[in-house]
Design a protein around this ligand. Structure first.
Ligand SMILES: Nc1ncnc2c1ncn2[C@@H]1O[C@H](COP(=O)(O)OP(=O)(O)OP(=O)(O)O)[C@@H](O)[C@H]1O
Ligand SMILES: [Mg+2]
Length: 480
C-alpha cells in the first residue's frame, strides 16, 4: 500500500518536474518572442509617425513664421487625415496655434515631448500616453518635431496617433502563446504520466510479488521480460525466488526426513521397553538382550544426531573452512588407526598404497571425516574376511584418494542416489549395521566444499570403488 503511494507520488513528481522544465523553457522563449515582436511593431510605427511629423514640421515652417493659420490648419487636417492622427502646431512658448481637431487652440502644452523640442537639445522626440475616453482608454504615441525657420526654432509640431492596434496585436500574441502553453502543459502531463507509468509498472509488479512472497507464497514470480535495469532486476529477483523456494523445499524435506529417521529408533525402543514392562517373569537373559538392542538404537540415534549436527554446521560454516597444507598420507593413517579395530573384529584387512603421496590445502578435520566415512562404508559393506584397499594418486593438478573393497557392491540403479540424504540401498541391512544414509552425502558436501568431487564404481556382489578427487596445491611435488 505504502509502495503504491510512493509510486503514485513518483509519477506525479516526474510530471511536475517535466512541467516546470518545459514551462521555464517555453516561458522564456515566448516572453522573448512576444517582446521582440512588440519592439519590432512599435519601432516600425515610430519610424512612420516620425517621418510624417518631420515632413509636416518642414511644411509648417514658412506658414508659422508668417502666422498663416489657415494654411497651417489645411496642412494639419490633410496630413492628419492621410496618416490617421492629429496634428497640433505650437509656437515657441508651447501654445497651440493650430489643432487639426480644432478644440485645443490657445492651450499651453508642457508634455515631455514638447519640452524636449522647445527647451532641450532635441529636434524630435516621442513618448507613449494612456488616453482615457468613454471606451476605457487607449494607448497613443506623441511625436514632436521642431519647426525651424532661418536656422531658428520658431515652434513645434505635435503629432498624436493611436498605437492601440500594436498593443492589441502584442496582447493577442501573448494570449495565443499562453493558450499554446496551457495546451502543451496538458499534453506534457499526459505524456509524463504515461511514460512514468510505463517505468513504474514493472516496479509495482515486483512489489506485489515481493509482498506475496513475504506472505509465504514462494511460487510467485514477476515474469518481466525485456531489457533495461528494471527488467534485469526483476529477472534476478525471480532467480533469487527460485533459489529460496528450492532451499525452502530442501529444508522441509530435510526436517521431515530427519524426523522420520529419529522416530524409527524411538519406536523400536518403545516396543522393547513395553515388552519388558508388561511381561511378568521375563528371564534375565531376555532383559539383557532387549537392553542391548535399546543400547544399539541409542547408538544409532546418537550417530544420526551427530551427522545432522555436522550437516547443519557445514551449512553455516560454508564460507569459513579452515584451510591448512597437509600430507594426504597423514590424514589417511589417522583414519585407518581409528577404524582398524572394527575391521579386525570382522577379520577384514586394510591395505594401503600411498607411494604417490601429495600435499593438499584443505580443512583437515573435514577431509578426515570424508575419508573416514568412505573407509567405514568399505568395512561395513564387506563380508567377514574381506579386503579394503586405500590408494593415493595424483595427476594433472588433482589428487585422488581411492577406497576399494571386495564387499557386497551395489547395482547400477542405486549409484545415482547414494549421495542423497538418507538414501540407503538396503534399509533392513542398514538398520542392522546402524547406517542412517548421511555418510556419503557428507562426503560429497566436503568434496564440493574443497572444489573437488566423489566418484563411484560398483558391481553387485563384487565390490565397490569410491574415489575422492580434490584439486592440488599449485606447486605440489611428490613427497616421499
Ligand atoms: N562400500 C560400499 N559398498 C556397498 N554399498 C555401499 C558402500 N558404501 C555405501 N553403500 C551404500 O550406500 C548407502 C549410503 O551410504 P551412506 O554412507 O550414505 O549411509 P550409511 O552407511 O547407510 O549410513 P551412515 O550415515 O552411518 O554412513 C548405504 O546405505 C549402502 O547401501
Ligand atoms: Mg556410511
Amino acid at each position: 500500500m505504502r509502495t503504491n503511494k510512493l509510486l503514485y507520488s513518483i509519477r506525479w513528481q516526474f510530471a511536475v518536474i517535466y512541467l516546470v522544465l518545459v514551462g521555464i523553457v517555453f516561458g522564456v522563449v515566448s516572453v522573448a518572442i512576444s517582446s521582440l515582436v512588440e519592439d519590432y511593431l512599435v519601432d516600425q510605427r515610430i519610424k512612420s509617425v516620425m517621418n510624417v511629423t518631420n515632413n509636416t514640421a518642414v511644411q509648417m515652417a514658412s506658414y508659422l513664421s508668417d502666422y498663416d493659420a489657415g494654411s497651417m490648419y489645411n496642412i494639419a487636417v490633410k496630413n492628419g487625415n492621410d496618416s490617421g492622427g492629429r496634428f497640433l502646431v505650437l509656437n515657441r512658448s508651447g501654445i497651440v496655434v493650430v489643432d487639426s481637431f480644432s478644440d485645443m487652440n490657445g492651450v499651453k502644452l508642457s508634455d515631455r515631448e514638447v519640452n524636449d523640442i522647445l527647451y532641450g537639445q532635441n529636434s524630435s522626440s516621442y513618448g507613449f500616453h494612456l488616453i482615457n475616453d468613454e471606451n476605457g482608454g487607449f494607448w497613443a504615441v506623441y511625436c514632436t518635431s521642431s519647426i525651424i525657420h532661418n536656422g531658428e526654432i520658431i515652434g513645434a509640431v505635435l503629432y498624436s496617433s493611436s498605437i492601440q492596434d500594436v498593443v492589441d496585436a502584442t496582447a493577442m500574441l501573448q494570449a495565443r502563446t499562453l493558450t499554446i502553453f496551457l495546451f502543451a502543459c496538458g499534453i506534457i502531463i499526459v505524456i509524463s504520466l504515461f511514460t512514468t507509468n510505463q517505468i513504474t509498472k514493472p516496479i509495482k509488479k515486483l512489489t506485489d510479488v515481493a509482498i506475496k512472497i513475504s506472505n509465504g507464497d514462494l511460487s510467485q514470480r514477476a515474469n518481466i521480460k525485456g531489457k533495461g535495469e528494471v527488467a534485469e532486476l526483476a529477472q534476478t529477483f525471480d532467480m533469487m525466488c527460485g533459489r529460496i523456494q528450492n532451499m525452502d523445499q530442501q529444508r522441509s524435506e530435510f526436517v521431515s526426513d530427519a524426523s522420520h529417521e529419529l522416530k524409527t529408533p524411538l519406536a523400536s525402543m518403545k516396543i522393547l521397553v513395553e515388552s519388558m514392562l508388561y511381561q511378568d517373569n521375563v528371564p534375565e537373559e531376555v532383559y539383557k538382550e532387549f537392553l542391548g538392542d535399546i543400547n544399539g538404537e541409542i547408538d544409532r540415534m546418537n550417530s544420526l544426531i551427530t551427522d545432522l549436527l555436522l550437516l547443519s554446521k557445514m551449512d553455516s560454516d560454508i564460507v569459513t573452512i579452515n584451510l591448512e597444507r597437509v600430507r594426504i598420507s597423514s590424514i589417511i593413517r589417522k583414519c585407518i588407526t581409528a577404524l582398524e579395530p572394527i575391521a579386525k573384529e570382522r577379520n577384514i584387512r586394510i591395505k594401503t598404497d600411498m607411494s604417490d603421496n601429495f600435499e593438499l590445502e584443505c580443512d583437515p578435520l573435514k577431509l578426515r571425516q570424508a575419508i573416514n566415512n568412505l573407509i567405514e562404508n568399505a568395512i561395513k559393506y564387506t563380508g567377514d574376511g574381506g579386503h579394503v584397499t586405500v590408494t593415493t594418486k595424483h595427476h594433472a593438478g588433482e589428487g585422488a584418494i581411492r577406497v576399494e573393497d571386495d564387499g557386497i557392491g551395489m547395482s547400477e540403479e542405486h549409484l545415482g542416489h547414494i549421495f542423497e540424504r538418507f538414501y540407503r540401498v538396503d534399509k533392513a541391512r542398514s538398520r542392522e549395521t546402524g547406517g542412517t544414509g548421511l555418510g556419503l552425502h557428507i562426503v560429497r558436501r566436503i568434496a564440493l566444499m574443497h572444489g573437488g568431487r566423489v566418484d563411484v564404481e560398483s558391481e553387485e556382489g563384487k565390490g565397490s570403488v569410491f574415489t575422492l578427487v580434490l584439486p592440488l596445491v599449485q606447486d605440489t611435488e611428490d613427497i616421499e
